[in-house]
Each structure stands twice: as C-alpha cells, then as structure tokens.
Design a protein around this ligand. Structure first.
Ligand code: PMP
Length: 397
C-alpha cells in the first residue's frame, strides 16, 4: 500500500533547523526560527508559569476528560484578553470560545467549520503570509488566493492595493488577517487602516478571520488588540484564532483558542454545537495542562501582573535588538539605511536580504535565515549580535 507514496516536500523552516543542528561551527546563529530566546539564547520558562505549574502539580489533580470546548475558566480568560473584560459582546453571550491545540489548532478547527458553513468560498491570505495559512485552508478544501500586502519599496503595507482587492471580492469570501506583528514582514496596519478593513468587510459581506499569534509582542496586551477591538465595535460576525505559544513561552504545550463572534446569544449556542462536532471527530477534547496553567495565571491578579511584566521584558528585549542591530550595521560601515527594522513589529523582520545573501550568510558565517530574508530578532542577543551585524555588513557591501 505504500509502494507509490511520494516524499512530501520538506518544511523549509524545519529543514533549516536540521541544517543548523548539523553545522559544527561554534559561532553559528539560527535566525530562521519563530521562537523567542532570552539573552542567553534559551527559551524562557516564565516565572508566572513556573508558579502556576508548581501549585498545580502539588495539588495532583485527576486527569479526567475535559469538555469538548475546553475549560470555561480558560475560555473566559481568553475572551477577556481579546475583547477586553468589559466587552458588551461577552456580556451579551455573543462570543463562542473553544480551547484549541495552539494557534494552528484554532485555525484548523475554524477552517473545518467554515468549510461546512461556506463550502463554496475562496480564502484570501496576505501576500506574503505565514506559510501554514495556505496549507491549512487548502487542506480544509478551500481554494486559497492572496491579497496585496507587503510593499518592498516602502517596506510597509501596500494598503491601497490591499483595500482595492478587498473591495473587489465576492460576498462570503474568507479573509485571513494578521491581527498584529505580521509574520513574516513585521509590517502592521495603522488603527485608521483597520477601520477601513472593517468597512470593506462590511460593505462586501466578507468573513473576517483574525489570527492573533503575538498579542503583547508589539506594544502591549491592550494596544495589540486594536484590530480585534475594531471588529468587535463593528457589529460584524468574525473569527479569531489566538495562541499562547509565544506570549507564555509554552510552545510545546499547544495552548490556543478559537473565538467566534455571533449576532446573538441563541446563535452562539447553535454555532458552538457545530464547532463541537468538528472537534469531537478530530481530537475529541483538548489536553489539560497548558490551558490550566494559562487560566491560573490570567485569573490570579498577582500572577497576571507577573506575566505582564515578563511579557514586557520579552517585548523590550526584542526592541533593544532591533535598535542595536541598526546601530551596529551602521557602525560596521553599511551605507544602506536599515532603520526600517526599528519600525517593524513583533518577532520578525523582512530585512530585504536576497536569497543569495542569505545563502552567503550560511556558507561563510554559519548564520541561518529563511531565503526570503526574514530574520527572527528574538534569536539575537548581546553575545551574538555583533557577529551577526558584521556578517550582514560583509554580505550587503
Ligand atoms: N499564526 C501565525 C501568524 C504564526 O506565526 C504562528 C506561529 N508561528 C501561528 C499562527 C501558530 O501558532 P502555534 O504555534 O500556537 O500553533
């Protein structure tokens, strides 16, 4: 039965990691990852997480099945974070939230549910986008197309192009939007532009699906929710996938959520019943530990404060790396203006490095990046940044 099976194409980023691991040079640096490392190059275990885990493990709770939609304490905490604790939508019962296996799992449940709801729709993702967006929605059975997004000339968003495209789409089209910290470009919409996107979705009858994988990595928990808040004030129905992989440094625990904003409470009950069918026939119900830890942190005023401080620490360190990289490139004699790196938001930067330059970084310096020139700022630290800046200077000169 397997004789004719073809080898699937390798995941480009995982392939990069394998090559990096096999590299024996001591000074090697992996800028291809999508993970936050601390200044010692380690994935942090947050103090708030450690405290919540300690309490939980000491209590030795039983390991029964969770409800299909996950724990109510967790789902409510997610809603408060996304929509604000005073949200009228939450009070009205217009928000359905299910605990999902990371942001990816949330997108997958959302995609499968949408396929039942809107089987004939086309999905539109940004050009470029996180590569898994296309794969996820195609595997759910949708055709996937793109809308204009990145403008290499300004290193910002081609908003006129994006808006024109959105305003040309047929009703019922599904639009995947990066709620903040766009991956891979680091270029986000302004508050006013988000209002224009909301207007386009309203006037064209589009189905917005916001992907919020980095809340707290640009300006802060509340500030980074601007897109979700613009949609929640609009009266439209929409989807939000969210993830705690980065903001809680809980990558492998797979903690995320899918939230669906409906028109009314009784609609929520029907929608939830359908989403539960999707989950039941996929993984039945979510694992306990990661969600319980996140809920314990978010629902305790002390731990929540500690987490917000730790998240601010991660955000500030990335910002420092942005500034420092720009300064060090200048100091290394690079004439090209790299100050756009400071304006980009979140974990990534589209550096403008060509595939050939990225290749040279790898062969000559043991510095690994994605061939599109995307680098992860959170992989830089005070020890390796000087080396990386000199290497980039050497390849761009
Ligand atoms: N969406 C985007 C835009 C992402 O960058 C990521 C993580 N790389 C995800 C979703 C998925 O997050 P998770 O690891 O929680 O599945």
């Amino acid at each position: 039965i397997f004789a004719a099976v073809e080898m699937a194409p390798r995941d480009p980023i995982l392939g990069l990691n394998e090559a990096f691991n096999a590299d024996t040079r001591a000074e090697k640096v992996n800028l291809g990852v999508g993970v936050y490392y601390d200044d010692n190059g380690k994935i942090p275990l947050l103090g708030a997480v450690r405290a919540a885990e300690k309490t939980r493990l000491e209590a030795m709770p039983p390991r029964g099945y969770q409800p299909i939609e996950g724990a109510a304490t967790y789902n409510t905490a997610v809603q408060n974070l996304l929509l604000g604790k005073d949200s009228q939508l939450i009070a009205n019962g217009q928000v359905v939230t299910i605990e999902a296996l990371g942001g990816t799992g949330a997108l997958k449940v959302g995609a499968d549910y949408l396929k039942r709801l809107q089987p004939g729709a086309t999905v539109y993702i940004s050009d470029p986008s996180w590569e898994n967006h296309r794969a996820l929605f195609e595997s759910a059975g949708f055709p996937v197309e793109t809308y204009p997004y990145y403008d290499a000339a300004t290193r910002g968003v081609n908003f006129e192009g994006m808006k024109a495209k959105l305003n040309s789409l047929p009703a019922g089209s599904i639009i995947i939007l990066h709620a903040c910290c766009h991956n891979p470009t680091g270029a986000d919409l302004s508050d006013a532009q988000w209002n224009d996107v909301v207007d386009a979705c309203r006037s064209r009858g589009l189905i917005p699906f916001l992907d919020m994988a980095y809340q707290g990595f640009a300006d802060g928990i509340e500030a980074d929710a601007v897109a979700v808040r613009a949609f929640s004030a609009s009266g439209l129905q929409f989807f939000v996938s969210s993830s705690f992989s980065k903001s809680f440094s809980l990558y492998g625990e797979r903690v995320g959520a899918l939230s669906i904003i409906t028109a009314a409470k009784e609609e929520s009950a029907r929608v939830l019943s359908q989403v539960k069918r999707v989950i039941r026939t996929n993984y039945s119900n979510p694992p306990i530990h990661g969600g319980a830890v996140v809920a314990a942190v978010l629902n305790s005023p002390e731990l929540r404060q500690q987490w917000e401080d730790e998240l601010a620490g991660m955000r500030d360190r990335i910002r420092d790396m942005r500034t420092s990289l720009v300064e060090q490139l200048k100091a290394a004699g690079v004439a090209q203006d790299f100050s756009f790196v400071i304006k980009q938001r979140g974990m990534f930067s589209y550096t403008g490095l060509t595939a050939a330059q990225v290749e040279q970084l790898k062969t000559d310096f043991g510095i690994y990046a994605v061939s599109t020139g995307r680098i992860c700022l959170a992989a830089l630290n005070t020890k390796n940044i000087g080396y990386v800046a000199k290497a980039i200077a050497a390849v761009v000169k």
